[in-house]
Write a new protein. Structure first.
Lengths: 403, 403
């Protein structure tokens, strides 16, 4: 019966369950800090300061469209053809028909979850993981089952036996992020092969968020799930131009699979929303022509930043930090109890000569309650001088916070 | 237990249930017609041939971005401020904080459904309705409950008693499209007031897809649900720049509500996907400066097309057609049994001097099985000469098909 005591339309349980991002909760405190004229070094964000490829930005500036029309729901044909070429050059042997262009990697994740999981189905994800997986899971009615990876092991793949313990009849997939946000961990060929074996054994999908594919360091090479033998039925790649070309605002990504049923299903989700954005596809198509020097310079810059960051963090007493081999994040364990409190305190109550830092508390990247509460995620998307200063401030802050 | 007889990861029931668009099913037949060098007049599509405002396209051409960065999840602040101004000029008294910029009206619909309905909840929609509502409903786990509107009444609002019969404890909202796709019907102030009264009485949301707001004819003015008194808690507007500025490929829309709980909930969905597309927001912001002459010319063009189309359709024996007062669609009832068959036959087996037409069978716009099977939707987004020729072909085709 209708409840006539409460005459108000109400939002959904689903909407109430949608998590807030671990960073968003801090935004009011950051705004307060700005008002107090504090300088805030943003170690919290994933928006790189790297310039987008000039060719991509020029392609949009030189557009000659008179009607900004829809493209095909699966993405413009020439763009899909060219992405297929990009994958083939990266030893991922797919064709245009195996690709659906999406509105960012975000939409590719939503399409993947919608295509492979019903309400109540489970997806196993090594934690810590990209916090927005939680939001897509809630939106899709999917239950995330975490398997813990540890800072002591540099966030390497947990033992396969740990995954196997968690598999139930409702398990539909294992989802990994490689290289990892927030860990910076790059899975080895051996680790990918182990994951491939377990999904084959249990009839699961292996979904790999490979948006940081290009960002690998120390001479290591990314090994994609679709380079592995026999993964045509099982593998789904999530990809995005956001980080690769520092084009986060394009909102262009893609879903890639050799499994025709997955593609035809995801296409139905794509058709419902009509088309990915047209200007952004122009930029993304042109970005595929970006010369290798661009990436070489970017990688050199990130390696320099990483080395600086990790070295300085290790010099702080009580701080433990993994050694990231990819992406541009690291998890640091601090000699504190609660990084949510600490992050808020940094913005609200601390400054060093009028400056402070904003960090992402890591608990939001874990699904298991109580884990990661003494960790933070640091994104090294700031210039080296800023990173040096930011870590100096962090060190002083830790001394004061603990004192 | 896992079924070891069927060692294959499978797509979801949800994915299997996603409907294909009524037009998509015809695409292979259209492609066959092209191969046979037939000219196909597209009466099926919602992509206008009208040029986008020059100011909007130039704003993107003159961009000076070096980093294509995220905007805020709720949309860029200056753009939201300006849209609020647009609404105020249209007597819809909302502020920037009442608006979340979305990736097309499509995403606004998904956010609305996710924010107000859980799996199994019901939304009542007058049919025929925009076919993709079905896709968003499946993706959101929402059940659409149709209430039939009739061609005899020009698709006016069904009697409120018909809605009331369908309300259950799981009903969360009534959703209308005004002016209507596919009907072209423009709800009167009185009809909106009746809907407002029923949602207030039963604690429901009233969601209004007003993307065709600007397209009203014969001196009639659009009356928004948020012009109605006391709708702050109940009203949610879905909007889009796609049709207003002929910028379908921008993928910019918005969700508008004075209900703070709806906005803060929808914002969580927006945050999970980070940001709407940046270039498209530049175009959309500039489009708000489009001079009135642009719209006057567009409306004049559409009125001319509508008058031509309706007059010629009425001259075909056995054809019944509503008189659209808005948008750029009409539903025509044909003297046939099955418009799916007829639409396919038009592409596959018919031509008049090498020319044929593609129409959208209307059954896909109805949720009740078996209804609308003798109807088609026609979009008058082609130039007048093409419309004249297309209806001439349609007339000849009907004679041959029935003969």
């Amino acid at each position: 019966m209708l409840d006539i005591q409460n005459r108000m339309p109400t939002v959904s349980y689903k909407g109430q369950s949608m998590p807030e991002s671990p960073i968003r909760k801090l935004v009011p405190f950051a705004e307060k800090a700005y008002k107090e004229n504090k300088t805030v070094y943003h170690l919290n964000i994933g928006q790189p300061d790297i310039k987008s490829p000039v060719g991509a930005m020029d392609a949009v500036a030189h557009h000659s469209l008179e009607i900004l029309a829809y493209t095909r729901s699966e993405g413009s044909e020439p763009y899909r053809q060219k992405i297929a070429g990009y994958y083939q050059r990266n030893n991922i042997m797919v064709e245009a028909d195996d690709i659906i262009v999406t509105t960012g990697g975000s939409e590719a994740l939503l399409f993947a979850m919608g295509s492979i999981a019903d309400a109540g189905d489970e997806i196993i994800i090594p934690e810590p993981f990209y916090a927005n997986y939680n939001g897509f899971a809630v939106a899709s009615g999917v239950k995330i089952v975490p398997v813990i990876s540890k800072i002591e092991n540099n966030f390497a793949l947990p033992p396969i036996a740990e995954f196997e313990k968690l598999i139930t009849p409702r398990t539909k997939a294992i989802l990994i992020c490689n290289p990892g946000n927030p860990t910076g961990y790059l899975y080895s060929k051996e680790e990918i092969s182990k994951l491939a074996a377990i999904v084959k054994k249990h009839d699961l999908f292996l979904v790999a968020d490979e948006v940081y594919r290009e960002f690998t360091y120390d001479g290591l090479k990314h090994y994609s799930i679709l380079e592995e033998e026999g993964m045509d039925k099982y593998g789904i790649i999530i990809d995005s131009v956001s980080k690769r070309y520092s084009m986060c605002g394009a909102r262009i990504g893609c879903l890639v699979s050799k499994n025709k049923e997955v593609i035809s299903t995801a296409l139905k989700f794509a058709q419902a929303r009509l088309s990915p954005p047209t200007f952004a596809q122009i930029a993304s198509e042109a970005a595929l022509e970006t010369p290798q020097e661009y990436f070489d310079a970017v990688i050199e810059e990130y390696v320099d930043r990483r080395d600086t960051l990790i070295r300085l963090l290790q010099e702080i007493p009580g701080v433990k930090v993994g050694h990231p081999k990819g992406a541009f994040y690291c998890i640091a364990e601090l000699p504190i109890d609660n990084s949510d409190d600490f992050a808020r305190w940094l913005l609200e109550s601390f400054d060093l000569d009028g400056e402070t830092v904003m960090v992402a508390p890591a608990a939001g990247f874990y699904s298991t309650p109580g884990v990661g509460t003494n960790q933070i995620r640091i994104a090294y998307v700031l210039k080296k001088e800023s990173l040096v200063r930011a870590v100096h401030i962090l060190k002083a802050a830790l001394e004061q916070y603990r004192g």
